[in-house]
Design a protein around this ligand. Sequence first.
Ligand code: 4AD
Ligand code: MG
Length: 462
Amino acid sequence: MKRTELRLIFADKEKYADKMLTVCGWVKSVRTGKHISFLTINDGSCFNNLQIIAEDSMADFAEASKLNVGAAISVKGTLTLTPEAKQPFELHAEEITVEGASSPDYPLQKKAHSLEFLRSMTHLRMRTNTLGAVFRVRSVLAQAIHEFFANEGFVYAHTPIITASDCEGAGEMFQVTTLTPEEFAPKENGETDYSADFFGKKASLTVSGQLEGECMAMAFGKIYTFGPTFRAERSYTQRHAAEFWMVEPEIAFADLSDDMELAEKMMKYLIRTVMEKCPEELKFFNQFYDKELLDRLKAVSESDFGRVSYTDAVEILEKNNDNFDFKVSWGCDLQTEHERYLTEKIFGKPVFVTDYPKDIKAFYMRLNEDGKTVAAMDMLVPGVGELIGGSQREERLDLLTERMIETGMSPEDYSQYLDLRRFGGAKHAGFGLGFERLVMYVTGVSNIRDVIPFPRTTGSIY
Ligand code: 4AD
Ligand code: MG
């Protein structure tokens, strides 16, 4: 069967006017009269639904009139333009074939459901307007990321998912093992004997592809990874998931300001691409989820991002300490409330906060001249807070080794990483973009569970 996707019809109705077409999709609503039935279907290829008219002169009329919401059908009919009506055209059916019936207890009837209710049916919720729009935007963003880096001459690198290193040094890793509970039990010395484990040593799911990304960058100059990332943080916030996707570029012969320039250029490209490719979806989000979305995206795509050092940011935040749950002082990590205050109230646009105290950042960040701060940057955006975390990397072997020891890591376990500093090391930098947070930012949807099809969060896996 040659079917015509709804997106093609909506993109060029003149081309299909008065033609006989076959369309396929899922029934979103049914209105049945004695001699005529109105069905709307959606096929997932675009936001819009198609109205179908079935008249009693048609052989399948009885069957069509009994259809339940959720059924999968294919329809052969003629497309008629309807300039006076609410919808631009409709399909006058000649044949309706039921591919898969539904039943009256189909949970997604034609009424608005809360996002929370929809989370209890991850297998069906992508057929709703909201989740359908979110996941199409997600797909467009993912493809735009590859486009952007391809256009900029980056090599796309696949970094491993199973790893023996802890990039962020936070110990928030999901362990991967084939040991039985008996084999896993601590031995006399109080430790598990990993020599019998699959890899012969302790292994986990990766928290970041950065360490391997740095190796690739030292061969190709500019690389990026884009893949699943895992964090066993027990957080119950709206912006943390245990499994999420991260985009991580790494650039050689580059410093922190090159890194921020790249991040800003990428963000603008991604936002412009979504505005161009998903206008219906964005209009919908603007209407139902975030009234300022379209204005904000347009402004962000056109204006320069803010920049402020951590030290200056702390000075600004301290003035507002009365209104924060966590009081700010130099040396503390910024909480979401602080991040949002900076980007929403002070800057009113995305802002890079730079040069954080070394003690609240990962071991690999380059130590600044002051000996107290590191060449780090976080990009904060309104509504979400931290969207990107990045840094210039410590390329000086002695300082890096010292820092590893200081943070309780053993340099022997990272000999390859240290080797990069021995054999043709170069100044380099990179960042990680939380892909789900990007989708949240671009759609105005405020819970991470609603921007990934099958969310895995603390205490919850569907
Ligand atoms: O700031 P993070 O921890 O940075 C890194 O992992 C670096 N190795 C990246 C690099 O320089 N190559 O994480 C980067 C981003 C965050 O800014 C955030 O957007 C997202 O990843 N992120 C999460 N997103 C969803 N759920 C979580 N639990 C996340 N943890 C981090
Ligand atoms: Mg971070």
